[in-house]
Design a protein around this ligand. Structure first.
Ligand code: AMP
Length: 117
């Protein structure tokens, strides 16, 4: 990704912007989405800003992507019943607004109009 400006997510990682952090380890941070689209909506972000989207991550560091999915499961068990959707918006036309790879962990009963319904 462009190195000119740190992403909002890098600023959350660096504690420059507050967030409701639900999980953090050496590789990832996860926090409540500021505009939730599901009863439980967590954003899971690798700390590296090297990859703009999940396609770049998958080709550049597939092991980190596998770890990301494992973390999503851990977090879904922590905040809900362990069942979840993991959504990667990829490209502006698909709704991606922040070009620092992240997954949307969505859990809880989905309502009409939420993603995928
Ligand atoms: P995307 O549209 O896939 O790039 O996802 C970006 C997500 O980040 C959106 O769902 C936003 O609501 C969320 N978001 C943006 N800024 C913040 C913030 N400061 N704290 C928590 N979530 C945020």
């Amino acid at each position: 990704m462009s190195q000119s400006e740190p992403s909002i997510f890098t600023r959350i990682i660096d504690r420059e912007i507050p967030a409701d952090i639900v999980f953090e380890d050496d590789l990832f941070i996860a926090f409540t989405d500021i505009a939730p689209k599901a009863p439980i909506h967590i954003v899971l972000v690798p700390k590296t800003s090297e990859y703009a989207d999940v396609v770049q991550l998958a080709s550049g560091d597939p092991e980190l992507l596998a770890q990301m999915i494992a973390r999503a499961s851990t977090i879904a068990h922590q905040v809900s019943d362990g069942q979840f959707r993991l959504v990667f918006n990829t490209g502006a036309g698909a709704g991606q607004t922040i070009f620092h790879v992240h997954g949307h962990i969505m859990s809880g009963e989905m309502t009409e109009g939420s993603l995928g319904r």
